[in-house]
Design a protein. Sequence first.
Length: 114
Amino acid sequence: QVQLVESGGGLVQPGGSLRLSCAASKNIFSFAFMGWDRQVPGKQSELVAYITNSGITNYVESVRGRFTISRDNAKNTIYLQMNNLKPEDTAVYYCKGVSDKAYWGQGTQVTVSS
């Protein structure tokens, strides 16, 4: 059973930073891509960033230039560095990995508020 375990969420003031981590229970190269979805109650889930197994990254326009996705192959972990956070970034963030099917972690809450 594939497991993805997120950590690093929390409460931060506007303009602040957080780094999310996602540890996978198997080699991250076995995923075609990994990324981060975020979910706000009452709104559709949004894929904010992803990285392919060849290292190609992409971001939704609203976070480009502020968020950076990266990986540590030795630790089978991906990260989402979030800088200059805005209140509209408030959401539950889910790590996602796609191989034979899509897998998600349990989610971590990010709240941006003064």
